[in-house]
Design a protein around this ligand. Structure first.
Ligand code: BTN
Length: 247
């Protein structure tokens, strides 16, 4: 039972002790026509979690949050898809920042603490007549896990030594997400974008990037359709997800 004082987020929660991927369960639910706005699918043991770029998302059972939220953001066009990345990243950012300093959003939607990843987001949208008909917003957030195989991963516990109540963190997160989505619905996007940029890893700092070759540059913004804008010595360059990497 979710106790957050939300309007639509988490009013319906489907809890599964174990499942392959909450994103897949959410997608099935949408297909069956039984997915009201804000429905959450959550599991304590995700056995085949999906990450971006075809990666797998591994999370120790019962230690972390692995869940998916169903939305029907028909007020967004296909080119507006990146706003979903923004609202989700900011919600996670807000919650984690209560416990940890140095939380940053790594474009497009990874959450980092210094050089370690603490949360990931996998958004799967269905477009119909240029509108986002359905969206599955999958979030993996490392909370109480103590040890990681990957050197590059961390959790709230690893950073602070504090164990958190998963349910409280979830309630906090969905409240923050709902607030951001209400802004999005009201087309109040300027402040969302400003917040996203001000919490972005590497924003306005000169650093090394890797695309076809390596080059130096500075992230100066995000285009309307979510491309990373980098100022270089030879002019402004824009990159899609997968086209550029850095840290
Ligand atoms: C990434 O950083 O590559 C994205 C990771 C997303 C993981 C979450 S966990 C809950 C939801 N269900 C999935 O199968 N994946 C997402």
């Amino acid at each position: 039972k979710i106790l957050a004082k939300t309007l639509f987020m988490g009013k319906k929660v489907i809890y599964l002790p174990t499942c392959h991927s909450t994103n897949d369960v959410a997608t099935e639910l949408i297909k069956s026509g039984a997915a009201q706005e804000g429905t959450i699918v959550i599991t304590e043991n995700q056995t085949a979690g999906k990450g971006q770029r075809g990666n797998t998302w591994y999370s120790e059972p019962k230690k972390n949050l692995t869940f998916s939220i169903i939305l029907h953001p028909r007020y967004l066009t296909a080119t507006d898809q990146f706003y979903l990345n923004i609202v989700a990243s900011l919600a996670i950012y807000d919650v984690l920042s209560k416990y940890i300093n140095h939380v940053k959003v790594k474009w497009p939607n990874d959450i980092y603490v210094k050089s370690k990843k603490i949360a990931g987001i996998l958004i799967q949208n269905t477009i119909k007549s240029n509108r986002i008909e359905d969206s599955v917003l999958g979030i993996g957030l490392n909370i109480n896990q103590q040890e990681f195989e990957l050197e590059s991963a961390t959790s709230v516990f690893k950073e602070t030594g504090i164990e958190l109540d998963l349910q409280k963190v979830l309630e906090d997160l969905i409240q923050s997400l709902e607030n951001n989505i209400l802004k999005l619905r009201a087309n109040n996007v300027t402040s969302l974008k400003e917040q996203y940029l001000s919490n972005l890893l590497g924003y306005e700092e000169e650093r090394l990037f890797k695309s076809d070759s390596e080059f130096r540059g500075r992230i100066i913004g995000i285009s309307k359709d979510g491309k990373l804008q980098i100022e270089t010595f030879t002019g402004l360059k824009e990159f899609n997800f997968k086209e550029v990497s850095f840290l």
